[in-house]
Design a protein around this ligand. Structure first.
Ligand code: GDD
Ligand code: MN
Length: 380
């Protein structure tokens, strides 16, 4: 049985959902196939938190019956427990958390993983620290003094964690001055400091998204020991790593400039097939060098087209493959009109090597095109 929309799963007959505005805290727990973790999680949360001013909101993308398990357990606890089962999984983990934020009603919104890597008993400490220090955001930190990454399975994951933390600390220096663990999945935010509608989550790093876009005023940290996963396996994949890099890029540069940067990098990568094909044609055939340069360019433009079309515009195609590639090839080979005469001058006139000459014309074409767009199309 599927649970369609948001539904409240209320405790037995006595269960009265607290009136809006009277809740101290809403826990948001994203779940993706955590059937074997939710029983222990609920038991420990219920033991650690006051029942009458807490709600627990599960935002679920599972296919393993996790919502049904939660529903069956909810009757055992005199706490308002809600399962919001999503149909499309938009935005992954971060998208789920933001959906939970939209329906949460507590004064404090606490985000926590379902797999018990975040000790549930720390929730009261997060809120106490927030109240004591007048903070808008309290970050559960593995890297603050007293915290640890004990539960990070292996050296590889530790390295990835350290590396990505360093990357975002560098890219978002001003936002993260007082945050030692911006990749943390455990935090509490005062709902008055939260603007969920401005968030554009993309994958796992919802805290980073929140800090950069909402700029909470005062941020404090509470150290904690990251535990080993209770049951099951991490849902993070290599694709999640790519999504993280894209998320960081969008946050830092904006989508439009990130695309332009990627476009430039793909263009740059075309130098490789261009020179390689030219070398091969010169050494393996007796083609004239100018014809070989044309052929090499066509191959390089093909390389650029495949990368651009799949990596950059996969979801933005407006016409068929033939039409897209024809226009791309026309644009990509247009500069041959300038480059071939220049190559002839360099090679036949000045006796430069063909590969060196080809490279020079490519660089020149790049500079000319840059100057045209920089001076004539845009004005920086
Ligand atoms: N609803 C939903 N949708 N939940 C998801 C999704 C999704 O697409 N992907 C993951 N989750 C849930 C999991 O079920 C779990 O409760 C929580 O999000 C964390 O997922 P894990 O797969 O256990 O993540 P992790 O342990 O690799 O990473 C966690 O720790 C990192 C620190 O090392 C996360 O909290 C990361 O954000 C954090 O950086
Ligand atoms: Mn985990």
């Amino acid at each position: 049985r599927r649970l369609g929309r948001t539904r409240a799963v209320l405790p037995g007959e006595i269960g009265v959902r607290p009136a809006p505005g009277t809740l101290r805290q809403s826990l948001i727990v994203p779940t993706y196939n955590e059937r074997d973790n939710v029983p222990a999680l609920l038991a420990r949360l219920a033991a650690a938190l006051p029942h009458d001013d807490t709600e627990i909101v599960f935002v679920d993308d599972s296919t393993d019956g996790t919502p049904e398990v939660i529903e069956a357990l909810a009757a055992d606890y005199p706490i308002a427990i809600t399962v919001h089962h999503r149909e499309n999984g938009a935005g992954g983990l971060g998208g789920a958390v933001v959906e939970g934020m939209r329906i949460a009603r507590g004064e404090w919104i606490v985000v926590m993983d379902a797999d018990l890597q975040h000790p549930p008993e720390i929730v009261p400490d997060l809120i106490a620290a927030g109240l004591r220090d007048g903070a808008d955001l309290v970050v559960g930190s593995r890297y603050a003094h007293g915290g640890n990454t004990g539960g990070l399975a292996d050296g590889y994951r530790r390295l990835v964690s350290r590396g990505s933390t360093l990357l975002v600390k560098t890219l978002f220096r001003n936002h993260l001055l007082s945050v030692s663990d911006p990749m943390s999945g455990l935090f509490a935010i005062r709902s008055s400091s939260l603007d969920a509608s401005s968030l554009r989550p993309l994958g796992y790093k919802i805290l980073l998204e929140l800090i950069v876009r909402n700029r909470p005023g005062r941020i404090v940290e509470v150290p904690y020991g990251f535990q080993a996963r209770h049951a099951g396996e991490s849902k993070s994949t290599a694709a999640e790593g790519i999504r993280f890099l894209k998320h960081v890029g969008v946050l830092r540069f904006g989508l439009a400039r990130l695309r332009m940067l990627a476009f430039a990098l793909i263009g740059l990568s075309g130098l490789l097939p261009n020179q390689a094909v030219l070398w091969a044609l010169l050494h393996l055939t007796d083609m004239h060098y100018a014809a070989a340069a044309v052929a090499a360019n066509v191959v390089a433009v093909g390389w650029n087209f495949v990368l651009t079309d799949t990596l950059l515009y996969r979801n933005h195609r407006r016409s068929g493959l033939v039409s897209r590639s024809a226009r791309f090839f026309l644009m990509g080979n247009a500069d041959l009109l300038l480059r071939i005469p220049m190559l002839t001058l360099l090679v036949s006139g000045l006796h430069l090597g063909v590969l060196a000459g080809n490279l020079l014309t490519l660089v020149a074409s790049f500079v000319v095109r840059f100057l045209i767009s920089d001076r004539l199309i845009y004005r920086a």
